[in-house]
Write a protein that binds this ligand. Structure first.
Ligand code: NDP
Length: 419
């Protein structure tokens, strides 16, 4: 028996909500609240008669703490699932603290306005101190650790696939496969094709900011930053085949370096097709990825927001996308005094996802872990108080839930390594 408030009703949230409704013995009541209520109503309507979960809807602007507080106070949920955008993380965490409710999200905080001087001063100090320049980092949300601990509440951060499942894979490798881990390579391959020359698989603004930023990795406890897309490797992915992949900065590197400090090198690679990269470079060169407002014919517009309005809605890619994703982690290390390699990953088929939840595999591979993470909190499997990332919890019940709800793990004990 539980009451859950989901904030956001985009691509990822829609999958998470549909999957919660499949587990209606755990998710007995659920309120879908977002900026555009009509989207919440449409999803609630589509779910009618298909679940025992009692689904209601609400309108909320999650940039406003008081609005979120009012909604939480009136709905009285056991858990708030923030599946809106990373911009809302801190506001929703504040509201959860005020109301005494557990919190979770799928991506770490970044500001909507990266020109805000107050934020910028802290950001620039962090770039110098830590050595990476991505707009997002965990410091903002880790700053809430004591407050959540003292309130006896849990905040689960970044419970999608990557971040999320990739960290559970790391915790699993540490618990069952290794005495010590030397290197981790996280490989995110999307072998899907949607037929458009250019489209992003999740929120375009967040996605393009992420992939156009400098890459970075951790070596011997230090960040090494490199120009965007300057390290390229080829990898032969199970069920997908040979793909080009590029080293990116990614948020879980930061928490893994803290929580598995023995690891000497942690890298993250993502596959991109040439058409995507050419379009992105061109858009970046002409200023279309900028978050700084410009005046156009008497109106102020933010270039990347305008671009978002032109690009296909990621939620509309489902019926068009064919092929598979393959996301996982390759480890090297030692077990019983001997060198060992291990690869744990999931393969997910875009069309299978569409048949099940009317969505492509990127939203699916994020929404299912969000639902399974919520299930861990609601069923008392994960109870640590404070602010935590996925690798800090017991990976076993979470991976079992993923196996059951659509993202089964595969293993390879002699994988090809990335040089
Ligand atoms: P979408 O843009 O499809 O959906 C975002 C939703 O949030 C929309 O329903 C939007 O409402 C709502 N929203 C935005 N601003 C507000 C606000 N101020 N108040 C209330 N609701 C708001 O994004 P995605 O579903 O693609 O992504 C959701 C989250 O998942 C993001 O944080 C993204 O970074 C993360 N993600 C994580 C991944 C992982 O593996 N960990 C992978 C992919 C995504 P409206 O309809 O009005 O626009």
């Amino acid at each position: 028996m539980s009451r859950v408030l989901v904030i956001g009703c985009g691509g990822v949230a829609s999958v998470a909500i549909r999957k919660c409704c499949q587990a209606d013995d755990v998710f007995t009541e659920l309120c879908i609240a977002s900026r555009t209520k009509s989207k919440c109503d449409a999803l609630a309507e589509a779910l009618k008669g298909k679940t025992k979960t009692v689904v209601t809807t609400a309108q909320v602007n999650a940039d406003n703490v008081q609005e979120v507080v009012d909604l939480i106070k009136s709905y009285k949920p056991d858990l708030v699932m923030n599946i809106a955008l990373p911009y809302q993380d801190l506001v929703i965490m504040d509201a959860c603290l005020i109301c005494g409710v557990n919190y979770m999200d799928t991506a770490n905080y970044e500001p909507e306005d990266t020109d805000d001087p107050e934020w910028r001063a802290i950001y620039e100090k962090r770039c110098k101190e830590k050595g990476f320049s991505a707009y997002f980092d965990y410091s903002w949300q880790w700053a809430y650790k004591e407050k959540f601990e003292q309130a006896g509440l849990t905040a689960l951060l970044g419970c999608g696939f990557d971040p999320g499942v990739t960290q559970a894979y790391c915790a699993y490798a540490k618990k069952h496969e290794f005495d010590s881990i030397d290197t981790i390579d996280i490989l995110d391959c999307n072998g899907g094709d949607h037929g458009y020359a250019f489209a992003t698989n999740f929120n375009p603004e967040v996605n393009l900011r992420e992939v156009s930023a400098p890459g970075s990795y951790i070596e011997n406890g230090k960040w090494v930053e490199i120009p965007a897309m300057s390290i390229k490797r080829e990898y032969d992915f199970d069920s997908v085949g040979m793909k080009d992949m590029y080293l990116l900065h990614h948020e879980e590197l930061e928490s893994l370096a803290v929580n598995i400090p023995e690891v000497k090198r942690i890298r993250f690679f993502m596959t991109f097709g040439q058409s995507y990269l050419t379009h992105m470079k061109c858009l970046e060169n002409v200023g279309m990825l900028s978050t700084t407002p410009v005046m156009f014919e008497g109106h102020e517009i933010v270039p990347i927001k305008f671009l978002k309005a032109l690009l296909p809605d990621p939620a509309s890619l489902g019926p068009r996308t064919h092929g598979k994703t393959n996301i996982g982690c390759i480890f090297t290390g030692k077990k019983d005094g001997k060198d060992k390699t291990y690869y744990i990953y999931n393969v997910c088929d875009h069309q299978e996802c569409y048949k099940e939840v009317e969505s492509q595999a990127i939203s699916y591979t994020t929404g299912v872990p969000a639902m399974c993470g919520a299930m861990m909190l609601l069923t008392g499997k994960w109870t640590e108080k404070g602010v935590h990332t996925v690798e800090e919890f017991d990976p076993d019940p979470f991976l079992d839930a993923l196996d059951k709800y659509g993202l089964p793990r595969r293993e390879n004990f002699a994988p090809a390594l990335v040089d």
